[in-house]
Design a binder for this molecule. Sequence first.
Ligand code: FAD
Ligand code: NAP
Length: 331
Amino acid sequence: MEIFKTLNLQKDIQNNDIENTENVRCLIIGSGPAGYTAAIYASRANLKPVLYTGLEMGGQLTTTTDVDNYPGYPGGVTGPIMMEDFKKQAERFGAVIRFGIVTEVDFSGKKHKVITDDKKVIIADAVIIATGATAKYLGLASETKYAGMGVSACATCDGFFYRGKDVAVVGGGDTAAEEATYLAGLCKKVYLVVRRDTLRASKVMQDKVLATKNIEILWEHETIDLFGVNGVEGVTLVKKKGTSDEEIVKIKIDGFFLAIGHTPNTEVFKKYLETDKVGYIKTVPGTSKTNVAGVFAAGDVQDPHYRQAITAAGSGCMAAIDAERYLSELK
Ligand code: FAD
Ligand code: NAP
């Protein structure tokens, strides 16, 4: 992407090529539950946080309708309203929220340099990274057409809506095995659509799937399309694609769950921060600390396991407290 073109940050700063250099005590990157919660705690601790929202203002929850599992909303809430509430709460305590994307960082010095898409240079004492992770989709037009109408990439979030119904889960890794097993506890029938003749999931997860009576594995099936009038009513698959036994298969389902992996939004930080093999930022267990002093990570960007709004918010709180302690020791 053009905005991610390489910039020589140190040189730019030395040469004063870039106008608008700003010193910030605590910079927060990302406006999902983790970023906004960090902003609430950081502003209340008088860290005068500046938060850059990224392209998806409000984060992943702005792409969903009902959020029924976030405590404090007994009647449920829509994702966009909930995230607007988070934002207002952060602003109430003085957090500065700016629309903008972080395109480059330099974490080599004691102060952390961050550049945004409008070429502003922020010199921050502490940085909290809360840029989330993005679920992978197959790339079918019908996934977009039925978004929020039967297509989901989060069984824990949406499984409840499919109680007693039939669903399909696509994928063969640990996530797919976990999602299928979870859904099997709620749904009448779960089809696990696997593109090869073997699962990638760990042995223990495979055993669980195979032992669950209402999961049927559709081996060597690939998804072609989804169909339905007012939402997903079925999926069209191709079995043994490219062989003489190739066959088109249509199954009736009410929900279609993607479980083919997530991409953590860490590309811009990778030069400086340790990540796992998928790209999730590694933090010191039980903290939000990264391998760089003064740089903290919160939410899905450092969490391959839970990826929930409540866990993201909780770790945003941790990051702000860690940042506050770090800054108080800097004095
Ligand atoms: P995100 O919400 O992903 O936010 C990341 C933020 O980082 C965004 O604002 C983005 O713009 C910003 N960003 C990214 N890159 C940059 C950059 N370079 N510069 C600046 N900003 C950047 N969880 C639940 O608990 N309950 C639910 O019901 C539920 N439903 C869901 C439904 C859907 C459709 C999806 C996709 C997820 C759902 N989840 C649900 C999961 C939940 O949304 C995530 O766990 C949560 O949003 C993670 O919060 P986060 O703050 O870590 O990241
Ligand atoms: P993953 O291990 O990369 O597996 C992705 C799965 O999706 C693979 O089976 C892959 O098929 C399939 N897939 C990818 N693209 C596809 C496409 N276009 N069409 C159909 N299928 C497609 O991802 P993950 O399952 O999310 O796991 C990520 C990491 O988190 C792993 O290290 C995993 O062990 C870990 N994890 C652990 C747990 C746990 O321990 N409880 C739970 C979840 C995740 P192929 O196999 O054919 O490539």
